[in-house]
Design a protein around this ligand. Sequence first.
Ligand code: GAL
Length: 686
Amino acid sequence: MSKFQLNEQLSLGVCYYPEQWPQHLWADDMRRMKEMDISVIRIAEFAWSVFEPLEGQFSFELFDNVLQLAKENDLKVIIGTPTATPPAWLTEKYPQVLNATIEGHLLQHGLRRHTNYTSTTYHQFCSIITTKLVEHYHTHPNVIGWQIDNEFNCEIGEFYSESDHIAFRQWVESRYVTLETLNEAWGTTFWSQTYSSWDQVYLPRLVPGGRQPNPHLALDEKRFISDSVLAFARIQADIIAELAPHHFITTNGLFGHLNSHQLTNELLDFFSYDSYPQFSTIFQDPNEENPLADRSWSQTLSAVRSISSKFCIMEQQAGPGGWVNKMDMPSPRPGQLRLWSYQSIAHGANMVVYFRWRTATFGQEIYWHGLNDYSNKPNRRLAEAAKVGHELQFISDVLAPTTYEANVAIMRDYNNEWDGEYDVWHGPYGWTSGKEWYKALTRKHIPTDIVYMEESTTLEKLQKYQLIIYPHPAIMSAATASLLEQYVELGGEIIFGCRTGYKDTRGHCYMLPFPGVASKLTGIELEEYTVVKGTRSAPSIKFIGNDNTMATQHFNEIIEPISDNVEILATYEDDYYAGKPALTRHAFGKGQAWYYGSVFSEQVANEILSLLPDVHSPASWLHLPTEVELAVRGNDSRRIYILLNYSEQPMSIQIDESKLNLLTNEAMVGKVELQGYDVLLLVEEK
Ligand code: GAL
């Protein structure tokens, strides 16, 4: 049996929970799935108590019947290991498997994800259930792969059970080897925190003021959690790889305190993400100017693409979302379900699995709607998904082998994400600036990647991009600074914002003028800096070339050029630093390094882009309104331009060169109207 290759086709799937429905519905469900050109079902990820109703007693009958029907209906199957939902008998008898709050209170049975990753008892039970499942199903002809667990670190991403404290202590000891190194790394001479024995080391506990851990410990805590998830997942990945080498291994969800890149590189065939663009209505900051709403999911999908260039959407929103006690999301408007499916595909999803087939009639998620309503009557969401199913059949061969193409990248890294959760002097800025840059780029139709800076990042990887925006890398190692120098020296363009380069990977501040290790590359030092807060409003800056003025936000740094090759592009307008540089550009080798002493807004990003005329849309023959996103997927033979209209209104677009419409096989040229929420795929042969 050969392994299913994500690369080879576009597939549509659906999450199916037969254990929640009477058996007489199953055959009809699958018949209707097939009619919609759904070819994959994902099952069983919460069904531990079905498979092992009592300790050591296993039952496969229910899912054997389901798989038999899947075979008859020619549906491929992804099986989830059910380790996010241990049965009541397990947690009752072995409470050491439970997670605890920082106060030490155990989190109990009744929801999901209430276990820790470090209990050896839990490891054993997870290992047994995984082995039993893989042994039982590895020869089934319809099974193509496995999803390990479900959404690591969803629901909760902190772990304070006894076994976590013990495992952390061991982790710390193996990382630092001597107490002296540990004390130095965590700066424990400050406030007499010095450890004289490993037994004194714990994960954060309550201190005066509540949660105020030593910041260096807080950063190591995130690294430890990530390593714990990896060690936990590895147990299952190893079992699957050994018993079912012909099946793929994946896991779903993108959550905090987890290096998903490392997880994927070490354990998975590809990464899967759960895409619910309607969360944008819940997370929307009412004060945000010009928000991207559901289109902002493209930025997250780009982060997913940085993990796996081709990926699976294991859960694609299929209706309004809501739990009984939290979250109430509007229904996707007519056209949005299809639009969001193509949004995923445009960004690299070759498999899109809707969540879920039918809306649950009981449990926490009775308002998290699937394609079918409770009644099973035909509805517009089913019709839209069926349309996607039929279309994918038609375009699969052409689109599947292509990958997303971008010349611009927004850079992130785990050290700063994790350190910034605790450090309010840079943490919140990374998200804001990344989002504002993404808005500017997507509205100018410039496809953009998200790239993670890691120890393993190579120059070659960076050189794919003509422009990299690395908004606020407070933590920057000397090695990273030197890699970025090489990138710019050879012709790359890099843009930094405030709070760059002043911390090492332990989170200590360098005894250097800011921006620390980025000073050489940027050709600047900072005279001084301040948070902008209180009764004063943030000063404006003025661009020197055109006198355009715009507001700064959150933080101001006063820049002092230290190289002759630095050009001052904007100065502060007000306050005691009026007239001082706020934005500079340093000619460095064949490239340029930009430095902005504040947090980026879309307006500032746009102004900077206007100074970078070579950074533009890859399709000069295509004229699009800002409401329409342009994504490009290509390979050696062709390029597909994917147009996504996020507006409910029809949008007028102009196509100067005739191109084939991939969905209709018709040539398109001239003025074309793209209906509200509609998509258009234009093919360019090379
Ligand atoms: C995901 C989860 C699903 C379901 C869905 C809707 O996070 O993986 O099992 O809970 O959200 O809430």
